[in-house]
Design a protein around this ligand. Structure first.
Ligand code: FAD
Ligand code: SF4
Ligand code: SF4
Ligand code: FES
Length: 479
């Protein structure tokens, strides 16, 4: 307890306790081992108070009684709380009856309703498949923690639902899976145009698209080596060489690549010629909106597509591919993945580059991350500072991404693990192997341990960030 002036005395179910003023009733009760049901409260997130199943009855100093939501009601001196009386039971029972009427087949709601003696709802719902209680946990975790805000509520009344903006493929979702982890009912709604990829989803995609030997951190692969192509790319130019090989040999007729537009600003473009692919070489260290381009291409009749992307883009791209395959069984998507520890927001990176290096990022001929430094090359001169100093410019979502090596791409390419001027290449599927067959390249030595080290580091960061969210979800997922 932080200083006795904040300490108050209150009663819960007749037990006198001391607590810190302002703590929620729910937290005080939990410490005492008193169980209160919750559905919309995850301790890793700001309390919201939408489901009301945590209702309790309070009596204030003047003897006034009322029902309040315990997850967001702050305790004060002299407060008395009843968590188990008849009125509390009836209140929760009524709320659960309404929730069961909305989601009659959601197991979590059925189980909780049964505890309150409700076997079936007396009201009828329009959609027996409805499984979202509109608690908002998914939208809040995506916004508050992941920092992406890829989903929100749309529509009103009975039409209200959680979805990506405009009900179209989300360009912002990083596939981290946090929304699926927090959802109390494991609702399908978190998958409407967003693409949470949990470990089981990654394993399924590996099974479906890749073949080779499985490494815990690098994923499934057939081969890993260092290579240098004849293309003057970011490192060994292998990403561009692989894309050119696929395009020229008919594996795909359109590729989504990332090109600089104005200054250092970058955007995803659809390349339909070898020149388009060549003109997009070089790394732009920011995440761009890319996934809607897949939808665009498919709608325009394309069935052989490629894209190059960071691990978050690969995850979401694979999920989109899986979903589209049921409608377009002839759809073929080739994925060239890039290693990525983190990406930066363009505006913030520009501001930080000015502040830390004193130069205009828009004038950069090339940018590189090497040996922990962010290097900007302008007029042949290099300016650099430690990457960690650019912390404020890191894009939302990166801290919740646990994949460095692009585990579910057909082939992944990066710089770590090989010498200057070489790319590290990980071939993961028969498609990846076919891409490589037509590329002229020189092989070099690869240091696999260096790649593993970064993959481990990135996973550890994500695991650490996910831990409180997972722990918070256990409170309401385990009855
Ligand atoms: C945000 C980001 C962070 C990265 N961090 C690391 C790292 O920590 N360690 C590491 O070893 N490698 C990292 N890489 C990969 C590395 O910088 C090179 O892209 C990779 O080695 C390929 O080099 P190359 O010479 O084969 O590529 P090139 O032949 O020059 O081709 C690069 C390809 O990448 C595409 N591209 C460029 N920028 C983006 C982007 N923002 N999003 C999607 N596609 C893009 C281009 O369209 C082009 O097709 C990162 C890449 C990105 C985009
Ligand atoms: S999808 Fe799940 S987490 Fe999101 S609002 Fe619905 S029930 Fe809550
Ligand atoms: S997977 Fe992650 S980024 Fe995508 S909607 Fe869910 S929480 Fe947001
Ligand atoms: S209102 Fe408290 S858990 Fe939902």
């Amino acid at each position: 307890m932080e200083g006795s002036e904040k300490e108050i005395t209150m009663k819960i179910d007749g037990i006198e306790v001391n607590a810190v003023k302002g703590t929620s009733i729910y937290d005080v009760a939990k410490k005492l081992g008193i169980k209160i049901p919750t559905l919309c409260h995850n301790e890793a997130l700001e309390p919201f108070g939408s489901c009301r199943v945590c209702s309790v009855e309070i009596t204030d100093k003047r003897g006034r009684k009322k029902i309040v939501t315990s997850c967001n009601y702050p305790v004060f001196d002299g407060l008395e709380v009843e968590t188990k009386n008849e009125k509390v039971f009836r209140t929760r029972q009524l709320l659960l009856e309404l929730l069961l009427a909305r989601c009659p087949n959601a197991k979590k709601i059925q189980d909780l309703a049964r505890e309150y003696k409700i076997e079936r709802p007396s009201l009828w719902t329009g959609d027996p498949e409805e499984d979202c209680i509109l608690c908002g946990l998914c939208t809040r975790v995506c916004d508050e923690k992941v920092g992406v805000f890829a989903i929100n509520f749309a529509n009103r009344g009975v039409e209200r639902e959680v979805t990506a903006p405009y009900h179209t493929i989300s360009d912002d979702c990083v596939g981290c899976g946090a929304c699926a982890i927090v959802c109390p009912t494991d609702s399908k709604k978190v998958r409407v145009n967003t693409y949470p990829m949990l470990e089981e989803d990654i394993l399924e995609a590996e099974e479906q698209f890749l073949n080779g030997t499985r490494h815990e951190l690098l994923g499934v692969y057939k081969e890993i080596f260092a290579a240098k192509s004849s293309i003057d790319g970011q490192d060994g130019g292998m990403a561009t060489a692989l894309l050119l090989s696929g395009f020229e040999n008919g594996l795909f007729d359109a590729a989504i690549v990332v090109k600089r537009t104005v200054g250092y600003k970058a955007e995803a473009i659809i390349a339909e010629s070898a020149d388009d692919i060549l003109n997009a070489r070089g790394t732009k260290y920011s995440r761009v909106k890319m996934m809607s381009k897949i939808g665009e291409l498919v709608e325009n009749g394309k069935r052989k597509i490629a894209f190059v992307g960071t691990p978050c883009e690969i995850r979401t791209g694979r999920k989109i591919q899986q979903q589209l395959l049921s409608k377009y069984p002839d759809l073929n998507i080739t994925i060239v993945g890039l290693f990525c520890f983190e990406a930066f927001d363009y505006d913030n990176l520009k501001a930080e580059t000015k502040k830390l290096l004193g130069v205009d990022l828009d004038k950069a001929e090339k940018t590189q991350i090497q040996k922990g430094k962010f290097i900007v090359q302008i007029d042949g001169k290099e300016y650099s500072a430690k990457v960690k100093e650019f912390h404020d410019a890191i894009q939302g979502g990166c801290a919740y991404c646990n994949d460095f090596a692009g585990r579910i791409a057909d082939v992944s390419v990066g710089s770590v693990g090989s010498s200057d001027g070489y790319s590290t290449v990980i071939v993961r599927s028969d498609t990846g192997k076919r891409l490589l067959e037509n590329v002229d390249y020189i092989k070099g030595d690869v240091n696999v341990e260096d790649v593993v080290k970064l993959a481990k580091f990135k996973k550890r960061r994500a695991d650490k960030n996910f831990a409180p969210i997972i722990e918070g979800a256990q409170n309401y997922k385990e009855l």
